[in-house]
Design a protein around this ligand. Structure first.
Ligand SMILES: Cc1ncc(C[n+]2csc(CCOP(=O)(O)OP(=O)(O)O)c2C)c(N)n1
Ligand code: SF4
Ligand SMILES: [Mg+2]
Length: 305
């Protein structure tokens, strides 16, 4: 081990994650990952699909004390399978003490999670793969310039949406897709609510099998806001109900926070340049009403017995 690598390994996590990397200031995905990593710790093998987070690892360095493997965009769950299998074989042969076992973590953006990598994820859950899937959701293909992804919400302006009306499609529901597979655990989190996030990471860490952590990732360049606003935008996503905090365990969905009173969704939208065309030069009442109606319908259905 070179002296430089030895020194890197001695640095505290806070200095490692984000330091010396090419991540943007105020990255909400980085915030959530940082909070999660504080709990997951060094006994992890991250398998990262091509995305913004790939810039965290500049060969031969990674800011993680555990292992890091970089895969093609569709392949993180397959990579996690390989890591898990290799660990299991070494454990079975007595070549690896139990206390040196690692958690396989697939780390991807929403583009891989809801689109390009969905088939591999579905197969991995069906096989009962023992892995944790951490998706940070910046609602677009951020690394390549914020083109629309299947997770882009209605009305958001992206590099590939209409300049006048924003994205015409609706956001694909990753949590619901996972729940339909019957995983061991699935949860949504936001870095802006670190306590809720920490409880869910602790639960996920203690379980075995397919587990999802789906993190909201406010993205200053992609969503067009000042980096200093990121945490407040995350809080508003929760307070307006557009980002419900919930978990699935033992066959049941539970909301870990019910916003009450729920703020109008405009409070969240108007802080972001990607929705500015809904307010200026004149209000797009139709789209604003559709977005609010979608949030209202969600919470009516969530309150149903
Ligand atoms: C099959 C494939 N298509 C396109 C790319 C180019 N590419 C690299 S990163 C990226 C964006 C990925 O989006 P997402 O998974 O949401 O992560 P983010 O960049 O937003 O962090 C794309 C399109 C690729 N690597 N592989
Ligand atoms: S583009 Fe967005 S998600 Fe990607 S590093 Fe920058 S802030 Fe984070
Ligand atoms: Mg993305």
């Amino acid at each position: 081990m070179s002296e430089t690598i030895r020194r890197m390994k001695d640095l505290p996590t806070a200095k490692l994650l984000g330091a010396g990397t090419a991540m943007c200031a105020g990255c909400g995905g980085m915030l959530a990952l940082h909070e999660a990593y504080d709990l997951l710790g060094a006994r992890t093998a991250f398998v990262n699909a091509a995305s913004c987070m790939t810039l965290l690892a500049n060969y031969p360095f990674t800011p993680f004390r555990g292992s890091w493997l970089y895969t093609a965009m569709a392949s993180a769950p397959a990579g996690a399978q390989g890591v898990r299998d290799a660990l299991d074989i070494r454990l079975a042969r007595g070549q690896l003490p139990l206390e040196e076992d690692l958690t396989a973590v697939a780390l991807t953006g929403d583009g891989a999670a809801t689109g390009i990598g969905l088939q591999a994820t579905s197969g991995a859950i069906d096989r009962g793969l023992d892995f944790l899937y951490f998706c940070y959701d910046n609602e677009g293909y951020g690394n390549t310039g914020q083109q629309s992804s299947p997770a882009t919400p209605l009305g958001a302006r992206t590099a590939t949406s209409s300049r006048l009306h924003g994205h015409a499609g609706r956001k694909k529901d990753l949590f619901a897709i996972w729940v339909a597979h019957g995983p061991v655990y699935a949860a949504t989190v936001a870095g802006a609510d670190p306590l809720d996030l920490a409880k869910k990471i602790e639960k996920a860490r203690a379980l075995k099998g397919p587990r999802l952590i789906h993190a909201l990732a406010p993205c200053p360049p992609g969503w067009d806001f000042d980096p200093a606003e990121g945490v407040e935008i995350g809080r508003l996503a929760v307070k307006t109900g557009i980002w419900p905090l919930k978990e699935f365990a033992d066959g049941k969905i539970v909301h870990t926070h019910v916003p009450h009173p729920r703020l109008p969704v405009e409070e969240y939208l108007k802080r972001q340049g990607r929705f500015r065309h809904l307010f200026e030069p004149q209000r797009d009442e139709t789209t604003l009403a559709r977005i609010q109606a979608g949030v209202d319908a969600y919470w009516v259905q969530a309150a149903a017995p």
